[in-house]
Design a protein around this ligand. Structure first.
Ligand SMILES: NC(=O)c1ccc[n+]([C@@H]2O[C@H](COP(=O)([O-])OP(=O)(O)OC[C@H]3O[C@@H](n4cnc5c(N)ncnc54)[C@H](O)[C@@H]3O)[C@@H](O)[C@H]2O)c1
Length: 262
């Protein structure tokens, strides 16, 4: 299962959180990774951790809103590992703000990271992914990290929902556009997951002083009785990246402990 032996993945926002766990799971499946993030020190530490465990990884600085950074990141994968088989558009930001209080700058900040970042990553990786796809029966893959907030609304998080809903449908349109090039494109929709962003979601609900109470309430909002851990999501991302998902494209994989089933 989840065989990614010999494959090369570029994962945005992979210094920490879901991205870092995805990198570790990908390497455990036999792949090689390019860790790409704004947080250079944290990213280099993640690379070191992977190398100490016997895996292959490199770090590149990437601001997903900067096209030249993306081009450099893709080139690094090709130069270091000989090609690119998988792109994971994982980097993202979250904040809550009512529409009345939100400025156009706030809105554009959300759009620039969560949407422009996915577009620029896809565009920059396209030709390298096409080249790899031509050499592989199962083709190559893009996995876009959306959210349950890309499926249902969340009060106070309209800009985040806008961005993640956009990722969901951009994914489906790209799946159609790239199917003949054998590049599969799927989205992943996590529920609340215990990461830095997950804690921010909890703190944003009623302030950090109520975090323990909110965490309990959020745990019971997930029918499985807990919030997610990074490996819950990483396993799904690596599955979609692997040849086991060769017949999946334009799909959305919801990993949310049942929260959207209610
Ligand atoms: N944690 C959750 O509860 C949750 C739920 C649903 C979806 N998600 C999505 O999962 C993805 C990963 O989230 P996480 O929980 O690991 O968050 P996180 O904040 O722990 O990690 C996000 C990473 O993205 C990086 N990043 C942010 N802006 C960037 C930019 N402009 N360029 C490059 N890197 C940038 C950060 O430096 C960080 O390393 C995000 O897209 C998020 O929206 C998270």
């Amino acid at each position: 299962m989840n065989n990614v032996e010999g494959k090369v993945a570029l994962i945005s926002g992979s210094a920490r959180g879901l991205g870092a766990q995805t990198a570790k799971t990908f390497v455990a499946g036999g792949g090689k990774v390019v860790i790409a993030d704004l947080l250079d020190e944290v990213g280099l530490a993640t690379v070191e951790e992977i190398k100490v465990a016997g895996g292959e990884a490199i770090y590149v600085h990437l601001d997903v809103t900067v096209e030249a950074d993306w081009q450099r990141a893709v080139q690094s994968a090709v130069d270091e590992f000989g090609g690119l088989d998988v792109l994971v558009n994982n980097a993202g930001i979250f904040f809550t703000k009512s529409t009345a209080k939100m400025t156009l700058e706030d809105w554009r900040l959300m759009t620039s990271v969560n949407l422009d970042g996915v577009f620029l990553g896809t565009k920059s990786a396209l030709s390298a992914l096409k080249e790899s796809a031509a050499k592989s029966e199962a083709g190559s893959a893009i996995v876009n990290v959306s959210s349950v907030a890309g499926i249902t609304g969340a009060k106070g998080a309209s800009a985040y929902c806008m961005s993640k809903g956009g990722v969901r449908l951009y994914t489906k349109a790209c799946a159609l556009e790239f199917a003949s090039s054998k590049i599969r494109v799927n989205s992943v929709h996590p529920g609340l997951v215990d990461t830095t962003m997950g804690q921010l979601v909890i703190d944003s609900a009623r302030g950090p002083e109520n975090a323990a109470r909110v965490r309990k309430a959020m745990e019971s909002a997930h029918p499985i009785g807990r919030i997610g851990v990074p490996s819950d999501i990483a396993n799904g991302i690596v599955y979609l990246a692997s040849d086991d998902a060769a017949f999946m494209t334009g799909s959305e994989l919801v990993i949310d402990g049942g929260s959207t089933a209610q």
